[in-house]
Design a protein. Sequence first.
Length: 340
Amino acid sequence: MLAKLSQIEKEALAAVAAAAEVAALADVRVAYLGKKGHITQISRNMADIPAKERPQMGQAINQVKEAVEKAIEEKTTLLQAAALSAKLAEEKIDISLPGDIFARGSRHILDTVITDIEEIFLGMGYTIAEGPQVETDYYNFEALNIPPDHPARDMQDSFYFSDNLLLRTQTSSMQVRTMEEMRPQLPVKIICPGTVYRRDDDATHSPMFHQVEGLYIDKKVSLADLKGTLLYFARQMFGEEREIRLRPSYFPFTEPSAEVDISCFVCGGKGCRLCKGSGWIEILGSGVVHPHVLEMSGYDPEQCTGFAFGLGVERIAMLKYGINDIRLLFENDVRFLKQF
């Protein structure tokens, strides 16, 4: 049996040496080391060998397997190297040719504007609060002083999943969530950037858009603090020569409430097409936090006050970069986006 094994080893090594391709080596492996290979068959006939000779025979079989396997691996490496050398010899590479040029991407204009807004308010000591886009009716409306029968709900035609679950129409819900989490800690000083949803779709409205809401609650916070904060923001975003004005308005979650305008940065307040001849451009809504909102979130309106504001990122981007149609921001047209 040992003599037969030795003969098989010689034949296998000769077949390996004669192989001219990697595929031929695969055939040699199957023929000698496969399930029905010659060496495997001897292993299966060990029962026919006397018990005393089996240890020696088993050791010899393992040595032959290792020798054939090693020979196949070495020859495979040689054949692969030869094939690569032949291929490289056939190919003519001109290293002076320019390489492939890949288009260089950039940040979307909305992402840039959001980052600019965040950096301005982070510089004033605000922190960023983020939360779910799928919101409950309580946090989206009721906790903001908008009960189920309140007419202000008509201003925000919403996308509902159920009677109590909807896509948030404003990031103000994160103001309530943050107040509940921090109560009774003071100060609360946050901005809430994020995506919101309403059933609007025209040149200046989109069913999906972005807001940044701000909230500051502490002892003796006044409307004057709000005006100073927004004046600083306007000048950082649109230029140091900007002025602002507050016009009385109505929001259910603030009292008093105000629309905030900035002096036109195109005509300098003289009147032009952008500001419709008024010299002012509306940019956001704001107001003093309603006492009822403070109470529902666990704060005592006798002990603290605060202000809140909310701005649309798309509106800021459209004003700052002279974009006349909000839909351009979401069409993914590279010709438009690469301008910024």
